[in-house]
Design a protein. Structure first.
Lengths: 453, 453
């Protein structure tokens, strides 16, 4: 613990070579890789493999039923094996109008770097590699064996990861896992997140007629948009309670230990509200209640579409209407089961004209706070950031953590450069260069300490 | 009554010159003129004026606050003046995928001609002109004075027509009016429509936050799409009853005479249901009840939009959401009043976060069945079509009829080539060539008989 000559040399190497890392990040951002639209995926997988080789890793592209995975590994001094999970796919850039610079062109402004995927997750991949490169350059080799699994379907719910991990337990065998992302809060405190929520993503497709009609016949012809609006309103009440029978059956409540962590957790609610221009949170939640609300699974309308959406007027009865809903799940809820319960519920409510299309999902997962890897991350975060880190028992987002926790039986730690204004999944996604440097130093420190466990 | 040598000569002229008329129609269709998107409007007004000149009319383009109007006139033998109301604007072509041929390229297939606006309303304008051209060519002059007002804003609710008609009563002075459209039913019976519904078109704009957010925060951040779905559900109940206080206050019920016409009116409900691929009408309406339902004003969701609408998944909380609603109004309802009542209602229900934007509207209007112009249209329809015409007391669609009825105090008659599969306001809009010929003959006959009144 404390700074040694070695860690100072490593930090200094990281600082000196930061422009190289950012140049590689710019190359990676310039390669679109939108999994939900199948844009640029093969090319991006090849670029990721090439970057691994540049950093001295053995890399290979593993084709599969979905987008290819990139697997890479390198030996190291200790027998301990660290596996890093990352993804090369990004969210769609839409709405394009919202961007101040082209989404697929990394752009520097005011100490930040903008681009789609720059925080989620390309910046993290490059940061991990820059950290390991510094360790290798200073010490001649890595402190431990390191494996990488970089997938291409994270933004569409990682459909291939669970089966792949299950089928490749030996290849991926490890003693600890560094998760794809992590970051700091508004105050700049690093947060270590112990778990992620699950996800069940469905699309509701309403069909009322075989074709659109002139709205002069609206007293006779059924309207798919009305049917959809009615169906949506049966899913959740105005108190945010989800009305699907059995929805909460498997939902685990926070443990006593988790509730203590929530109570101790700093939570910058005022900053968050200001950032989104709102007066209050849903249901007026505040304080510990707002923090623990992450243990309330959600039903979020992520998209709506029907009829005429252009400027001005068009008088049409839409024959079809569509809603996308993502359910964020808490530990022990099963995404397929949730979609099935929704399907049954809508049918029982008489909405036979609405198809429930399951687009993907994953289960929640949590690592205990007393796992040695977590303790290393907390300790080194104090060192690097000079701040007391924040422990987040469960975060609102999702990822294929469950496969790693369940199949590889590894503790999982988060670290990284995200911050509350990263605008992930939204226009003007960005990272702060200074935070990129800190995250890279933190990653180097975690690997060093992990090698000694 | 009955066919005279003259009418046979006129009919024969129409048949011989049908290709000329269709070529002019193809030219007009090739010129996009989407009022709601401000596409091609000036060019189309100029083309319409040029076509009037080719047909021997004095035409001029009248600029105004909105899209220009085209006014044209020609003298004739009798002192009676007939005014034709038409429009050169069309509905947006979207969804483009739904078209089997390019929307702005008139295309012949199976005795039909396809294109955006070909039925609504460019075909009718050319048919009127072809009919008058035949009368002029056979008799050396028109039977009566004919005026045309061709506007560019019908598809956006004719915002400029009421004020224009009021300010130009002398210019537009007439004894009868031929409305922009008309047609036949599934069985090929011509229908004469006595009135049109009004329209109040609003857009609901929900705003929940200053920007979109990652849906991992859905337990805390408000969702505009949910707010919109909830607001929509307060507007109408599942029995199609509109819940806005005072909505029905001014709605006139059908008169005894109108109810008799509804009872006598053939109504091809089975054909209509088959055409739209539905098992039953809204509320299971059938028979006279279904016919009279046109006197029930409607609230139609014409468009919905929020968040991510592309393929696959995106996990976003939409900061904004939008719904377009057109209310079809019955006689005596006021469109501005309806929008205001909706605004007040949503505010009272706590939806301060939803803006009600009024996009336009018009009042309903009806001509009595015993007006001589109506009787002429019925008589000549029997002659031309060899069928008993159908009298429709009120049709579901809308138009600026009220301005003509109120300000010019003229009876208004419909005739034309539309048919139930014209797909107006939808992809593959089309006309049947044989019906174009019949409609042109009918128009010629109406003008001839009207001149003798």
């Amino acid at each position: 613990m404390g700074r040694t000559v070695d860690t100072e040399t490593v930090d200094s190497f990281i600082e000196k070579h930061i422009d190289d890392a950012l140049a590689r990040l710019a190359r990676l951002v310039a390669q679109p890789s939108v999994s939900s639209q199948n844009v640029g995926m093969e090319s991006c997988a090849q670029l990721v493999a090439a970057i691994f080789e540049e950093y001295g890793f053995d890399a290979r592209i593993i084709p599969g039923s979905g987008y290819p995975m990139v697997y890479a590994e390198s030996s190291g001094r200790s027998d301990n094996t660290l596996i890093c999970y990352n993804h090369y796919d990004v969210q769609p850039p839409e709405p394009i109008d919202g961007w101040d610079s082209p989404p697929f062109e990394a752009t520097f402004r005011d100490g930040k770097m903008y681009g789609r995927g720059i925080a989620d997750d390309k910046g993290h991949l490059i940061s991990r590699l820059a950290a390991l490169d510094a360790l290798r350059s200073v010490n001649g080799e890595l402190p431990c064996r390191v494996k990488f699994l970089v997938e291409g379907g994270e933004e569409i719910g990682s459909p291939d990861v669970p089966a792949f991990v299950e089928a490749n337990r030996e290849l991926l065998r490890a003693d600890g896992c560094v998760w794809e992302t992590g970051g700091v809060d508004y105050a700049g405190r690093p947060d270590i997140t112990l778990g992620m929520r699950g996800l069940s993503y469905v699309q509701l497709n309403a069909r009322a007629m075989s074709r659109d009609a002139h709205s002069g016949a609206a007293h006779l012809l059924p309207n798919a948009a009305w049917r959809l609006a009615r169906a949506l309103n049966t899913i959740k009440d105005s108190d945010e309670r989800i009305l699907i029978p059995g929805f909460y059956d498997d939902a685990r409540r926070p443990t006593r230990a988790e509730r203590e962590l929530f109570a101790a957790m700093p939570f910058e609610e005022e900053e968050m509200r200001r950032s989104y221009g709102i007066q209050s949170f849903v249901l007026g939640l505040t304080g510990t209640e707002a923090r623990e609300a992450v243990f309330s699974p959600t039903a979020n309308i992520a998209g709506l579409s029907a009829g005429y959406e252009g400027p001005g007027t068009k008088t049409v009865i839409p024959a079809t209407a569509m809603a996308k809903i993502d359910f964020r799940l808490v530990p022990d809820q099963d995404p397929v089961d949730i979609a099935e319960k929704l399907r049954r519920y809508l049918r029982d409510q008489g909405f036979d004209d609405i198809e429930v299309e399951y687009l993907g999902g994953e289960r929640a997962a949590v690592t205990p706070v007393d796992a040695p890897l977590i303790q290393i991350a907390l300790r080194t975060a104090r060192d690097v950031y000079g701040r007391e880190p924040v422990v987040v028992p469960l975060t609102g987002g999702s990822g294929p953590m469950y496969a790693f926790r369940q199949e590889l039986d590894v503790p999982i730690v988060t670290c990284g450069m995200s911050y509350p204004e990263s605008h992930v999944h939204a226009p003007n996604e960005n990272i702060v260069i200074d935070l990129f440097v800190l995250a890279t130093k933190h990653m180097a420190r975690i690997a060093e300490e992990f090698a000694k466990l």
